[in-house]
Design a protein around this ligand. Sequence first.
Ligand SMILES: [Zn+2]
Length: 837
Amino acid sequence: MRSRAVAAVAAWGVSVGVPAAAPRTERTAAAVAVTAGLPRAVGSANDVGNRPPLLPSPLVRLPVGSVKAEGWLKKQLDLMAEGFTGHLPEISRFCRFEGNAWTDPKGEGGFGWEEVPYWLKGFVDLGHLTGDRRILDESQRWVEAVMRTQQPSGYFGSGTNLADAESGTRVLDLWPNMVMLYPLRSHFEATGDRRVLDLMTRYFQWQSTLPLDAIYPGSWQKWRAADNLDSIHWLYNRTGNRWLLDLARVNYERTADWAGDIPTWHGVNLAQCFRGPAQYYPQTRDPRYLKATERVYDTVMGLYGQFPGGGFAADENARPGFSGPRQGTESCTFVELMHSHEMLVAITGDPRWADRAEEVAFNSLPAAMTPDLKGLHYLTAANMVQLDRRSKAPLLDNGGDMLSYNPWQYRCCQHNVAFGWPYFVESLWMATGDDGLAAVLYAPARVKAKVGRGVSVDVEVRTSYPFDESIEIVLNPERATRFPLALRIPSWAKEPKVVVNGSPVTLPAGSPGWVTLGRVWQPGDRVHLTLPMEIRLRRWERNANAVSVYRGPLAYSLAIPQRWQRYNESEQWPAFEVFPEAPWNYGLDLSTPVEVAKAGAPLADQPFTVESAPVVLEARGRRIPQWTLEANGLVGALQASPALSTEPLEELKLVPMGCARLRIAAFPEVKAEGAEPWAEAPPLATASSAGHFAPPSAMNDGRVGQSSGDLDVPRFLWSDRYGTVEWAQYSFPRPREVSWVEVYWADEEVSRSSGRVPHDVRLIAPTDGRVRLPASWRIVYWDGSAWQPAADNAEYGVARDQFNRVTFGPVLTTALRIEAQLRPRQSAGIVEWRVGP
Ligand SMILES: [Zn+2]
């Protein structure tokens, strides 16, 4: 056997680690064939991979229940079971079992839409991963009831949905069913209940009979139908019914085209839909489908993902002009991104997708929830220093409370985050070609799988990763068996080390992405992988040249002491605002290196808290006094680095950003000389009426353009207001002296005559020529108790294509308004508005 291993390695042209003086018998010596990359063979004889003619994939998911979490990861599942996910029917009106449209063919409760399937997608898997009897019993009750909703036609789910479609009241909505297929699939994988295969076969037969225009006419289902494609392929791989591939083709053709222009900039849509073309690739075998997925991901992340944590700025929709680290990412987006990355690493074998899944899971997902997993919020950002309930619109896309921790609101996320950790656990290990195994993501775990010719193997992964660089893998095949063991080498890990049974093995140079160890593995064999975690800095050139500190897969945040303030009545399911208890407005001084202050201690039960952070770094920085909260409580925007600060140099503690519920993870760099001072923050712009496409923030974005009708620059419009008196307001964080105002009015008549097409219709929506100069206007200021006129007899100009300036005796104020009388049947708008002392 040994000579065969050596021959194979010689053929691969890489080194082999056979210690010359190994003090072990030849039978157990570390005779390991090492190669870069995954095994060349693809597909799996032991697990259900792609069935021909689908192209086999380099990695194959193991059935639900094969991988179980240990250590800190198991703790997350246990907390979920105790937290809102494990008790959602007590909290969510959508999850009441009796009379629910998902449990009763005549039921109306819960509307039969996405909430129950979102929740079950995590809840069913949570039961099988934890073995929690209560959760297993409750999920079984739901699964049975959902299966009973199947009609003789094959349709299952809400009866009203189908009846309304048949009577022409509403279009048929298959989106919620796409989600529900996931928990049913998990139920089959964990229990072998073949009724799931029958249900899905009859359901897809029914879908195959639908007229083409009834399949995904629009909205969520049209964008997100790659979820359905995943289930069609899953069923095909298990039944071999060739007509399913025809349905897969129709499904792809009826899905929004994610291989061309990006069809929607809604955050969750982006997170789950960009993978669609790559999912179709095994059926087409055309690499352009893989490239399309990469292109959409790179485009979105290039524009909006320019901060640590693996998410992107989409505080509902990704919007031009709102790409900084204070824009949030929706909790749904995090779990959908993780799912996409986990699917893509299997389809492509490209280890970068696993790096990306870890980046979201370790840095962003934990902070989307309270440390006890009893509450969550809608938006999590790399920089967020105060989680109060006040609306942060228009700086955040959504109005209302998006940041406080509350298990009762945030309708989609409350249900959808349930599958984040369970699917992550299930994706830790996968099957490889040549009937081996791959460590895809790292965390403490136990794996039961088949290798070689159907030989059972138990794998134990002992590690404190991502907080520690050491990963020990203990292999226990039921008998000595040859199989490849692939280890992912994260892109950040330079000079990784692998030791097999105490003997170092020589790895290929560079960052190979994967290394595969070939060997006749013996019961009790130990593989020790070290992924050195150097501290490194990352610059965000496209976000004011800010800087982030990384160590291994974790990005680091300023440790900000927190005050949790409860604001609801419920003892069991409390809701909290969180406030900073110390200054947060620090920039980093990079003239001295960031160093590790604490690492390697045993992990706390729940390591993702600021108090129990397993790793603490020490950096130096200075405060930036001008960097303040906006008037609505949102953290001030970043300004260009390096920024000038002559404040005293201080020692700063940094903790993993996943531990920090209040955070600064994209830092300005500060210098005490030779840098530009931080400017006073621009005022917060609000208005009496504002549309999505012409927000108040356009009034002080510094962009004026060529004329009042220049559609290449964003402008603010009083949307849907005609002939009324309206206001636009600037609020200052601190009182400011103002003695002049100048306004550049919008006027669409000019742009209509120019015949130009708007450059970006998302910012500049057509308004049918009803945006004209106002009839008149005036300035009022807030004196602390009422609005007062700033200048009674001043000249208020309404000329187009220029600033109209008005001066008045200086006023000291925290807010200033333009009050405008719109012309009859006309709206109005402002391209830019400036104030000065
Ligand atoms: Zn959501």
